[in-house]
Design a protein around this ligand. Structure first.
Ligand SMILES: [Zn+2]
Ligand SMILES: [Zn+2]
Length: 152
């Protein structure tokens, strides 16, 4: 399992604060979706979360999952990456910064971190006398497994 900076309990406390701040009522589904992402440790689409949630919450609906994910992202609990034109995948925010390699054939997502690349991005931005606010580096590939399948 992935290592997080914060325990799930700490994240839940923050969630309760932001729910109060937004004048919402606590909902088990919101907590549950956060827990699914936390325990999975990877990147899940709303549909994948729905498949997992349906097993435990009979009342779960895809539209409520979309709504909850939008809330969780706005409040900084999750991050999303656009994997292809069909949609986004979500992961828990607040881990170490990383970028993504995405297989356009099987959807596999590989996380990477490259210090030289991070520095280069800062230098590029600096040369424009700007300050980097955020970046979204996605490399689209045919992954090793997909390449192997092709030749066998
Ligand atoms: Zn692949
Ligand atoms: Zn990631």
């Amino acid at each position: 399992m992935r290592q997080y900076r914060d325990s799930f309990e700490t994240i839940l406390e923050r969630l309760h604060l932001s729910i109060r701040k937004n004048g919402l009522k606590n909902s088990k589904q919101r907590e549950y979706i956060l827990k699914v992402l936390y325990e999975n440790g990877g990147h899940l689409s709303p549909e994948e979360i729905f498949t997992i949630a349906r097993k435990n919450h009979k009342g779960a609906s895809l539209s409520s999952i979309y709504r909850i994910l939008a809330f969780l992202e706005k409040e900084g609990f999750v991050l999303s990456i656009e994997v292809d034109s069909s949609g986004r995948k979500y992961e828990i925010a607040g881990g170490l910064h990383h970028d993504h390699i995405i297989c356009t054939e099987c959807g596999e997502i590989i996380e990477f971190y490259n210090e030289a690349l991070e520095q280069l991005q800062n230098e590029i931005v600096k040369s424009y006398e700007a300050v980097l606010v955020s970046h979204d580096m996605r490399l689209f590939v045919s992954c090793k497994q997909c390449l192997q399948k092709r030749t066998s």
